[in-house]
Write a protein that binds this ligand. Structure first.
Ligand SMILES: NC(=O)c1ccc[n+]([C@@H]2O[C@H](COP(=O)([O-])OP(=O)(O)OC[C@H]3O[C@@H](n4cnc5c(N)ncnc54)[C@H](O)[C@@H]3O)[C@@H](O)[C@H]2O)c1
Length: 354
């Protein structure tokens, strides 16, 4: 998979990026900046000095609007004034465990926030490519070994997964009702959703995610607490889905009707690993560390087995992952090691090598 074509599509183009202060959004911001795009970001403020957005000095790479996606009037104004060629929507409440503490907020931000964004797109008269980021967790999970395909039934046990499945229904409804491919010549909008697997990479400090948990424990010489050792997830390095979203955007420019659809982005089947296997790989790459599996009771439900079928994306988008799981973990730990040594240019280096 080569990404050399991206400059042609993004240089000097106007890209509206929500969630630019977050983990994935800030990687995307950096990549778009290297491609020469003119970027406006829209998100909440980064919370900590160590947030990836601050590490890369993201505010120098874009016009950074700090505002809530639930502020419909503000969102519409910022999008309308900017007149984007592309919109990538990553802003969300993305954590399963937090969604049990804040269920209605999670539904509002992830579901209604998506509707507000699409309302804003309706105000634009120029052509626009819109990629909305959901997740692999949108599928009704049967805890079986078959990987999920784009036409599998949507579902979601926990509020986060269900909120993203709601977002998918909202996207599909807006696409049918207002951005129907049969009327493309009148509205000129191409709308897609992208469903990625579990993402790992440098600069993620989120609570209750396995890589930040591993790095925090390794840095302090503490045991890594492994909550769900046998849960299987489609792990991938952050550059894989971000590259996938950018590539999808180029396909939608070339053929806005054909590619206005939903797309899975994940690793090859053999790289879906148990959490405990990922932890053991990380320890072997870091060359030190130990883990413990606590006895936990009354934990909120989290999916056990989750695999993603990427054959449609491979055959129709001509996209495929570059890294196996070992390489993805190596790249991730390499980033944190550099960070520990006060080297903050690893993100740029990794994007350029990719
Ligand atoms: N990280 C993963 O493993 C993963 C996997 C699949 C899908 N996703 C999806 O990718 C996207 C980005 O996830 P991430 O891991 O970077 O999360 P993150 O928490 O690091 O970033 C979330 C971003 O959304 C913004 N945001 C949150 N609430 C907001 C609000 N009310 N108004 C405006 N902005 C708001 C935050 O400010 C931040 O910029 C999300 O849509 C998430 O659901 C993530």
């Amino acid at each position: 998979m080569s990404y050399s074509h991206l400059t042609k599509y993004y240089k000097d183009k106007r890209v509206f990026l929500t969630g630019h202060t977050g983990f994935k959004g800030s990687w995307m911001l950096h990549w778009l900046n290297l491609l020469g795009a003119t970027i406006k970001g829209y998100a909440l403020s980064p919370e900590n000095k160590e947030d990836h957005f601050n590490v890369i000095e993201g505010s120098r790479m874009c016009e950074s609007v700090i505002a809530d996606i639930q502020d419909k009037a503000k969102l519409e104004k910022e999008i309308f004034n900017f007149q984007p060629d592309f919109i990538f929507h990553l802003a969300a409440q993305p954590l399963v465990r937090l969604s049990y503490e804040k269920p209605s907020e999670t539904f509002t931000v992830n579901g209604i926030g998506t509707a507000f964004l699409l309302d804003a797109v309706r105000q634009l008269s120029k052509p626009c490519v819109v990629v909305l980021i959901t997740t692999d967790k949108v599928y009704q999970n049967h805890e079986w070994h078959y990987p999920y395909r784009e036409n599998d039934r949507l579902g979601g046990y926990d509020p986060y997964s269900a909120s993203k499945a709601c977002a998918e229904l909202i996207i599909s409804s807006y696409r049918n009702s207002f951005f129907n491919i049969n009327n493309y010549s009148s509205h000129k909008k191409s709308i897609s959703s992208a469903r990625a697997g579990n993402v790992i990479g440098g600069g993620d400090w989120s609570k209750d995610r396995i890589i930040p948990d591993i790095v925090r424990a390794l840095n302090k010489n503490e045991f890594i607490t492994v909550r769900n050792p046998n849960a299987v997830r489609p792990w991938q390095h952050v550059l894989e889905p971000i590259g996938g979203y950018l590539h999808l955007g180029t396909k939608m420019v070339d053929d806005p009707i054909r590619y206005a659809d939903s797309w899975n982005f994940g690793p090859f089947a053999e790289d879906s690993l148990k959490v405990v296997d990922l932890v053991e790989l990380a320890i072997s790459i870091w060359e030190s560390g130990n883990y413990e599996i606590p006895l936990l009771y009354n934990q909120p439900h989290e999916a056990g087995l989750l695999k993603l079928d990427i054959s449609k994306t491979i055959s129709e988008l001509n996209w495929k992952p570059k890294f196996n799981s070992r390489k993805a973990i190596e790249m991730t730990l390499d980033w944190y090691k550099s960070y520990n040594e006060n080297n903050y240019s690893k993100t740029k280096e990794q994007i350029q090598k990719f």
